[in-house]
Write a protein that binds this ligand. Structure first.
Ligand SMILES: O=P(O)(O)OC[C@H]1O[C@H](OP(=O)(O)OP(=O)(O)O)[C@H](O)[C@@H]1O
Ligand code: HPA
Ligand SMILES: [Mg+2]
Length: 210
């Protein structure tokens, strides 16, 4: 590509469809990260030729609001249960939009290596007050940032089988477990959330030091 020599962009098929995302992120290598763990993940993305889907705060706010719009006609919801930690941010946005004031958490720690979901531990259960709301959780909204393999969603759905399960993003494997979501990405896409990213210096396209 003229004027593009030396560039080795991430395989960003999905990003190129989203102009506002493709411009700032398409040439990031590795992804802007604050810690070594994420840098390793970025390296894995490169090595496995997977797609990266970095999400800015603005984009996440827009997508979480879009989720609230979709949920608005499906309530009313008497309570929200967010799955920590990723569900905390979208739940904050959705509860503001839908004016839900009873918010609970189910705290799950999953121990996994990059893509492979390992074991999960429930560190805090859903409050009994929320469990009593409707039969099997009817009228309760469960929120997470994304569903990937569906393991986390399956675990929480068993706790409240009749609750409405919503995520901002979804991947095909976990999609059947979600009632409402906004954007689907392919299974081989890794979503980078804004709270996991940071600003970093970008070398000039020419390859010089800037
Ligand atoms: O569909 P699955 O394969 O279960 O993956 C989806 C889950 O993985 C991530 O959470 P993670 O367990 O990494 O922890 P966190 O929310 O505390 O970051 C994400 O926030 C979902 O909860
Ligand atoms: O694509 C993802 N991004 C961030 N966290 C995740 N946990 C499972 N899949 C993902
Ligand atoms: Mg999570």
């Amino acid at each position: 590509m003229p004027g593009n020599s030396g560039l080795d962009p991430l395989p960003t098929g999905i990003l190129s469809d989203i102009p506002e995302m493709s411009a700032p992120f398409a040439h990031v290598k590795p992804l802007a990260t604050d810690d070594g763990h994420l840098a390793d993940q970025a390296e894995n993305v490169m090595e496995n030729l997977e797609k990266a889907f970095p999400v800015s705060w603005e984009q996440f706010h827009r997508d979480a609001r879009a989720l609230a719009w979709r949920l608005a006609g499906q309530g009313p919801f008497q309570a929200i249960v967010c799955i920590t930690r990723g569900g905390l941010v979208p739940a904050a946005i959705v509860c503001r939009e839908l004016e839900v004031r009873l918010i609970d958490t189910v705290c799950i720690a999953s121990y996994h290596e990059y893509k492979t979901q390992g074991t999960s531990a429930v560190l805090k259960e859903i409050d009994s007050k929320v469990k009593e709301i409707g039969e099997g959780g009817k009228g309760v909204l469960i929120i997470d940032d994304l569903v990937d393999t569906g393991k986390t969603a399956r675990l929480v759905r068993e706790m409240l089988p009749n609750a409405h399960f919503a995520t901002v993003y979804s991947k095909p494997q976990g999609r059947p477990l979600v009632d409402t979501f906004v954007t689907e990405v392919s299974q081989d896409t890794w979503i980078y959330f804004p709270w996991d990213l940071g600003l970093s210096f970008q070398p000039p396209i020419s390859g010089g030091k800037g």
